[in-house]
Design a protein around this ligand. Structure first.
Ligand code: HEM
Length: 257
């Protein structure tokens, strides 16, 4: 062994082997796939919860109040989702760096170009979804974007999630922004769901073309289900809750007098 090789050689230990396995390209793909499928579970549950807005204010406000009244559950869900997001982004950035560092020789250039295009496409669509998410949290969870919408209360004194959504999606640019973000989410999920099943080695082989279609179909359903919320509220597809609320507040005032 020459002096330079001796200097760089490290003793093999189980810890460093595990570390190298996890941070290798295959390890990163597994982290991306597992966290991506976890986030897909969140995205499915979240749209089911949000679609309740079409049933009126009671269900969605009661759901919001239940979560806020169960801080243990709320923070477990929040921290779990945050961990999934952080790991997913970390693995995505690292994978793209590894792909970049492993630039091939001319003879495999074609295959490399396709892989590199997909990884860049996932990185760009993922980054735009992340920008949307930051805006979205400031809009609906922190209340910095429209504080007057966030401060609304329903007749039972609960945080008025329903009216907050109705007010927010009465603004055309907000509707356009959400719908564009959902289209980008579709592009990300359209490739991501299939890619995750391949990385995990499930439904590979002869199932591959079918899984591609299943991933695309799920992404289309989710993008439509999410988009009809801002579009439906903007188009007035829910009863005008604000006049209903004003009437019930007036009734309450009359009873008090
Ligand atoms: C049209 C699309 C969407 C609508 C109408 C919507 C609606 C909402 C609403 C109303 C809240 C606040 C819930 C409450 O205060 O009780 C919320 C929170 C949240 N949304 Fe969305 N959402 C949409 C899309 C998304 C997408 C695509 C993601 C993820 C990629 C997402 C991630 C979150 C997260 C992480 C929270 C914070 C939950 C918490 O309070 O801990 N949302 N969303």
């Amino acid at each position: 062994m020459n002096a330079a090789a001796a200097k760089t050689a490290r003793p093999a230990s189980p810890g460093s082997f595990l570390g190298r396995a996890i941070t290798s390209s295959t390890g990163m793909k597994l982290v991306m796939a597992i966290t991506g499928l976890g986030l897909l579970g969140f995205v499915i549950a979240h749209v089911i919860g949000n679609l309740q807005v079409f049933l009126g204010y009671e269900g969605i406000n009661a759901y919001g109040a239940f979560l806020k009244g169960s801080p243990g559950l709320l923070w477990t869900l929040r921290l779990g989702t945050l961990a999934l997001f952080v790991l997913h982004i970390w693995a995505g950035v690292r994978l793209s760096r590894l792909n970049h560092a492993a630039r091939p020789h001319a003879y495999v250039k074609k295959k490399y170009r396709a892989a590199s295009w997909y990884s860049r496409y996932m990185l760009v669509s993922g980054t735009i979804v992340l920008v949307f998410l930051v805006f979205h949290l400031l809009h609906f969870t922190v209340g910095t974007v429209f504080p007057d919408h966030f401060a609304l209360r329903d007749p039972s004194g609960r945080h008025d999630v329903f009216a907050m959504m109705l007010e927010g999606f009465a603004i055309p640019w907000v509707v356009v922004f959400y719908v564009v973000a959902m289209v980008l989410l579709f592009f990300h999920l359209g490739h991501g769901i299939w890619s995750a099943t391949q990385s995990l080695g499930i439904w590979g082989g002869r199932w591959t073309p079918a899984m591609m279609k299943v991933g695309l179909a799920l992404a289309v359903i989710l993008a439509i289900a999410y988009s009809i919320i801002p579009l439906g509220l903007f188009a007035g597809l829910v009863p005008d809750y604000r006049s209903e609320k004003a009437a019930s507040e007036q009734q309450l005032q009359q009873q008090q007098n």
